[in-house]
Design a protein around this ligand. Structure first.
Ligand code: THU
Length: 125
C-alpha cells in the first residue's frame, strides 16, 4: 500500500506549495484507490491526497475500507490534516493508517489514535 501511495504522489499537482502527497486507500475487498493532492490558484480549493483517494473510492461505490497509506517527501512522514481525519473517520471508521516518507520511514497508527474525539453524527443506514 505504501508503494502505491509513493507512486500516486508522482501525480500530485502542487505548483504552489511544492509539497507533493500521495495516498492509497484499501477497500475491504482488497481494491486500492489512489489519490494525490491537487492545488488550485485560489489556494482554498486545494484538495488533499487522502480526500482525493477517499472521494474517488466512494464515487466508485465503495463503502468499506481497511487501511490507508500516505506518502510525503519529508524527514518525518507527514500526518493527515484535521478535515481529512474527520472524513476518514466518517467513511472508513478505525482503519490502519501508515505514514511513509521516501527514505523508508514508516509510522503506523489506528485512525482513532490520530483522531481521538471525533464528531459523530451519522444517520442510520
Ligand atoms: N496535503 C495533503 O495532500 N495531505 C495532507 O495530509 C496534508 C496536506 C496537501 C495540501 C497542499 O496541497 C499541500 O499538501 C501543502 O499543504
Amino acid at each position: 500500500l505504501v508503494q502505491a501511495a509513493i507512486k500516486a504522489r508522482e501525480n500530485a499537482v502542487a505548483p504552489f506549495s511544492k509539497y507533493k502527497v500521495g495516498a492509497a486507500l484499501r477497500t475491504a475487498a482488497g481494491k486500492v484507490y489512489n489519490g494525490c493532492n491537487v492545488e488550485n490558484c485560489t489556494y482554498g480549493l486545494t484538495v488533499c491526497a487522502e480526500r482525493v483517494a477517499l472521494l474517488s473510492a466512494l464515487a466508485a461505490g465503495e463503502r468499506e475500507f481497511t487501511a490507508i497509506a500516505v506518502a510525503t517527501q519529508s524527514d518525518e512522514p507527514g500526518t493527515p490534516c484535521g478535515p481529512c481525519r474527520q472524513l476518514m473517520w466518517e467513511y472508513c471508521g478505525d482503519i490502519d493508517v501508515t505514514l511513509a516518507n521516501l527514505t523508508g520511514k514508516r509510522v503506523e497508527y489506528k485512525l482513532s489514535t490520530l483522531f481521538p474525539h471525533p464528531f459523530n453524527f451519522c444517520p442510520e443506514d
